[in-house]
Design a protein around this ligand. Sequence first.
Ligand SMILES: [Zn+2]
Length: 423
Amino acid sequence: MSLHQLNRIIWIVLLTTHGVVAQKSYLLRPDRIFDGQEIRENWHVLVVNDKIVAVGDAKTIATVTQSSKAEIIDLKGCTLLPGFIEGHSHLFLHPYNETTWDDQVLKEARSLRTSRAVVHAKKTLMAGFTTVRDLGTEGAEFDDVGLKQAIQQGIIPGPRMIIATKALIATGSYAPKGFSTDVTVPQGAEEADGRDPLIRAVRNQIGKGADVIKIYADYRWGLMGEARPTFLIDEIKLIVETAQSSGRPVIAHAGSVEGMRRAILGGCETLEHGDAGTPEIFALMKEKGVALCPTLAAGDAITQYRGWKKGIEPEPERIKNKRKTFQQALDAGVTICFGGDVGVFTHGDNVREMEMMVDYGMKPLDVLRSATSVNARVFHQEQLGQIKTGFLADLVAVEGRPDLRISDVRNVKLVIKNGEIQH
Ligand SMILES: [Zn+2]
């Protein structure tokens, strides 16, 4: 830091902590920080209002803070990290071993689902996840819009939300299904096909508040119940073009090779799941700059719900295959987003995905990068995901060394969102 920069920061601190502009400021003194990229031993962080104002070695920050009224928070034994960014959540779902997905969509009132979502939001935040990309209400209409507003307005605690609202499916492809042909059953997402209906559906979701358009590029609607592509590639291109006019990205649920291929070539920014990916498909993702959100924990949870006794019985084919394809994606150099499809498993236990990413072959430090700076970049959140001067003060302190033992992210001691300590 140059003398000029130092003086400027001291000036800002004095200005903002001596009543010129009434402010709240904190000097955070952990053992080390993870700044979104690297571990920095003995670095401290000064927060004024909702921003990170200074970050650096303890001595420099002490100089900067000297004559300010910043409240000192000692975080002995802790690592301070950027608030985690969950890449794939469903706050309107709860674990399928409690209630099946079909029954949640068909039998649970939206008031019940919203009540649950409010609780889920708080649990997520207090686990250190200050942002979520929530990828579809799964039948709860546009209720994520109101949930997001309630959090923004400070009515309820929760993470900042990037929302998809209803998501888009090709007619007949999604679920619930298997009912009498004589009845029309509500679906977990919005059906639309062909040029005009798709344009209208995308624009309507945007108008209601979608930050991102989610499509299901494939689903289990093959003759044998296998995952098959849904939208035609021209339909995907049309969705992307329509969404892009408003500056919004399109992301795709895609598990089959052909579904993934269409989503990549159609212009989607991230692929969710990607279970049947191949080295060729991952090479294409790398070439086109498409990121993979692998949702390892969801497959792991569902396999257990179906009877697999993890740790006792050998790994079923589905799990072995997921390990293999995840490794192929890593080998191809595909950008990996952190996102577990939480909701399939318990909200607040988002960390499970981090542990599984390490178990399936990633280094803990890379997993931390994925859950912070990588997700921020891929999700276009320029002020999040790093502990850096000028960035928003979304921070989490955990006891221990998560860069060495990923499970230490479970030892949350402090969560700050927008410069405010969360309780
Ligand atoms: Zn999902």
